[in-house]
Write a protein that binds this ligand. Structure first.
Ligand code: 6PG
Length: 257
């Protein structure tokens, strides 16, 4: 079954409240499964949109409660730079979202990369993978970590996480966390979830907003040319577990299947 596609008129008024509903549905399902919500997120414009969605005042119903005390946040991709560096996704997520969570709420647990071996992207990836093994393998004794939700952006070239079009990393089958030292988008050294980990998640949500996404959404949803783009591989691999949250500016003129 194909992914779910949603196009909203306006980010603040329509997309953000619907994204909130979606994320909290996944949170509530995860709490029923194991009393914790494990979510992986990307950088880009996503953290700002997440802040709009999740820091809005609750409507008072049980389903609408955000319980950050049981959230475990991981990075879908991260740049091999210190955590306070301007290129760090962690820094971006903190500035755009996490630092704005009211201080009287119990804060989410955030799994950051180690700063010990940043020159060595593979070592940084291995260390991050060990953190995931400690969290996921204990309970699931799994071949792959099973995130409750992975929230992603979509680059203008069709990349997602730090999985870039035609890159050999797309063929990796076993590792959970991969390193890349030749990222076409700077900085060159990064770590990323592997495609099998993304596809294994309970749910995958893409957020793509603004007119700059029109061309790539056309490629992803309309043309054969798009068939090997990383976003397409996620759509194909995870099917109906995937939802796209777009705005009208991004989907104008795109005909979805
Ligand atoms: C990164 C980002 C990246 C981002 C996309 C979409 O580390 O480079 O995580 O993968 O999610 O490029 O970015 P926008 O949402 O800003 O378009």
């Amino acid at each position: 079954r194909p992914p779910n596609l949603y196009s909203f008129r306006d980010v603040d008024r329509d997309l953000a409240p619907n994204l909130r509903r979606y994320v909290l549905d996944q949170q509530n399902e995860a709490f029923k499964r194991h009393d914790v919500f494990r979510v992986a997120i990307s950088g880009g414009s996503l953290p700002k949109t997440l802040a709009k969605a999740l820091l809005a005042p609750p409507n008072g119903s049980d389903e609408d409660k955000v319980d950050f005390s049981k959230w475990e946040i991981f990075y879908a991709d991260e740049r091999c730079v210190p955590l306070d560096h301007e290129d760090s996704n962690h820094r971006l997520v903190q500035e755009e979202w996490l630092n704005k969570i009211p201080k009287d709420m119990v804060q989410p647990k955030v799994y950051t990369i180690s700063e010990a071996n940043l020159d060595d992207a593979q070592e940084t990836a291995d260390e991050y993978e060990q953190k995931l093994v400690a969290v996921f393998a204990a309970r699931d004794s799994v071949k792959l970590p099973l995130f409750d939700l992975i929230l992603l952006g979509c680059g203008p070239d069709g990349h997602t996480c730090s999985l870039f079009p035609d890159h050999p990393l797309l063929r990796e089958q076993d590792a959970w966390i991969l390193s890349i030292s030749d990222s076409p988008k700077p900085p060159a050294k990064r770590i990323t979830l592997s495609l099998p980990v993304v596809v294994a998640a309970a749910k995958v949500g893409f957020v793509a907003t603004g007119g700059g996404k029109k061309d790539v959404l056309k490629k992803i949803f309309e043309t054969e040319e798009g068939s090997k783009l990383p976003c397409v591989l996620v759509n194909e691999g995870a099917g109906e577990k995937v939802s796209w949250f777009c705005d009208q500016a991004a989907t104008e003129g795109v005909s979805f299947p």
